[in-house]
Design a protein around this ligand. Structure first.
Ligand SMILES: O=C(O)[C@H](O)[C@@H](O)[C@H](O)[C@H](O)COP(=O)(O)O
Length: 238
């Protein structure tokens, strides 16, 4: 019921019986968009999220034969940790997505060796500036607190992170609830994507999504869905 409270234009709900079926369907949607982008402009730009949800999706996506050598993969956000850390999203992508057919893709991380998260954000922005923006595909996750990317509700610079007119590419995030300092694409870069998917699994995330779409304090995920000029495709399985 709560889902109707947000204008239907903001998102489309795609529910699946199980996580494997979701992974196959989401991978199919993503490769269709990447293939279209390659046909139209000779290249495709994909940004993916980290965390514990995407592994099955990454495995399904990595096995589909498209012109991966024309695809650039980057991250929606990253923890300020070395790539060798089990917390690293770059490590997660290397181990699960940049395998099989997708091993031919180019990967551009957000994080570089830097003395501070602010310096890392500046060098990340410098590196990503030359990519073929806008994103063709972005795949978001969501936390139970309604964060997406690293737009944590308790982030000190949340207003900057969610500024729809921001010209910034990569921003630093300090949020108690984040676990460690983060780097994130700005909301402005995310909502400009040609295809926006939100990948969530489990009853807890469905409840959290419904709550975020209902009345009450606006969570970052709702701000993103409302700021996007196109509907976000929500992919959910129990
Ligand atoms: O670096 C990260 O953690 C992600 O990019 C983040 O935005 C994630 O999508 C949500 O926190 C959900 O994480 P889970 O998939 O682990 O629930």
């Amino acid at each position: 019921m709560a889902r109707e409270q947000l204008s239907e234009a903001a998102y489309a709900w795609n529910g699946f019986a199980d996580r494997q079926q979701l992974a196959a369907a989401l991978a199919g949607n993503v490769v269709a968009r990447l293939t279209k982008a390659i046909a139209e402009r000779g290249t495709a730009l994909l940004a993916v999220s980290g965390g514990t949800t995407p592994a099955k999706f990454f495995a399904a996506l990595s096995s589909i034969p498209i012109a991966w050598d024309k695809v650039t993969v980057t991250l929606v956000d990253e923890r300020f940790v070395p790539p060798s850390s089990p917390r690293s999203n770059a490590g997660l992508v290397a181990a699960n997505l940049l395998q099989n057919k997708a091993a031919a893709a180019r990967f551009v991380p957000l994080c570089h060796d830097a003395a501070s998260i602010e310096a890392a954000a500046a060098s990340g922005s410098e590196t990503l500036k030359s990519l073929a923006w806008p994103l063709d595909v972005v795949v978001l996750g969501m936390g139970a607190d309604g964060h997406t990317a690293s737009f944590f509700p308790d982030a000190g610079n949340l207003t900057d992170l969610l500024d729809p007119s921001s010209q910034r590419i990569v921003l630093p995030v300090h949020a108690q609830s984040a676990g460690e300092p983060r780097l994130t694409l700005s909301m402005a870069r995310i909502v400009a994507a040609g295809f926006i998917a939100l990948h969530i699994e489990g009853e807890d995330k469905r409840t959290a999504f419904d709550d975020a779409m209902g009345a009450g304090v606006k969570k970052p995920i709702r701000t993103v869905l409302e700021a996007a000029p196109i509907p976000t495709e929500v992919f959910w399985a129990p």
